[in-house]
Design a protein around this ligand. Structure first.
Ligand SMILES: N[C@@H](CCC(=O)N[C@@H](CS)C(=O)NCC(=O)O)C(=O)O
Length: 203
């Protein structure tokens, strides 16, 4: 059995979505953010020392880090979501799996935290915006005519990239990257994504 520790309004929704796409039975434990700080509650530290989400319990083993969780679940239950090893698509897929957490999240988080500084953070915003544009323009250029990254159907990289792409709307940049906006729409319209949302408690 798989248990997913899901934090409300967080990137762990990707794991619930993946499990719904794969039709794999799982339990969901929802954790609420502190209403003031927006941080995870202390209960998540009882599950994993980092106190972050997603965390899953898989055969009694605690696994953190979205990319690792997605890879493990695809290897067990969804090899069709990963291009054939040895293919050029597999190489690009691997790059994007890492890009999703390792690159594009950096300017997104900098924007969030520096934004909290108000006026004091203003000297940093031009550089942060440059990097947001750089990373999102790269992703916009990778969307295939099918509306997906890498393959012409859903892949694990689509699932990993869905979270950073979803932040564009909140940044007020949805119209600047129309292919990414359409990708976001496609994700939200998938029945499995809708099921994941309802298992997550609506956000
Ligand atoms: N790279 C990690 C990031 C984990 C992470 O930062 N999760 C956020 C959710 S969006 C979190 O738990 N934040 C609450 C906190 O830091 O207190 C992953 O992808 O699993």
């Amino acid at each position: 059995m798989i248990t997913v520790h899901h934090l409300g309004q967080s990137r762990s929704l990707r794991i619930l979505w993946l499990l719904e796409e794969l039709g794999v039975a799982h339990d969901v434990v929802r954790h609420e953010r502190d209403p003031k700080t927006r941080l995870a509650p202390p209960a998540l530290r009882d599950i994993h020392p980092l106190g972050k989400s997603p965390v899953i319990i898989l055969d009694d083993q605690v696994v953190a880090e979205s990319g690792a969780i997605v890879e493990i679940l695809c290897a067990r239950h969804g090899p069709h979501l990963v291009p054939d090893p040895g293919s050029a698509a597999h190489v690009q897929h691997l790059e994007l799996m890492h890009f999703a957490e390792g690159s594009v999240m950096t300017p997104i988080l900098l924007n969030l935290y520096v934004g909290m500084l108000g006026e004091a953070g203003s000297p940093l915003h031009p550089r942060i915006n440059q990097e947001l544009d750089n990373h999102f323009a790269y992703l916009e250029g990778l969307i295939r005519p099918s509306g997906h990254f890498v393959q012409d159907d859903l892949s694990a990289a689509d699932i990993m990239l869905s979270f950073p792409v979803s932040t564009l709307k909140r940044l007020g940049r949805g119209d600047d990257f129309p292919k990414l906006a359409a990708f976001n729409e496609m994700v939200q319209n998938r029945p499995a994504f809708q099921r994941a949302l309802s298992r997550a408690g609506g956000d």
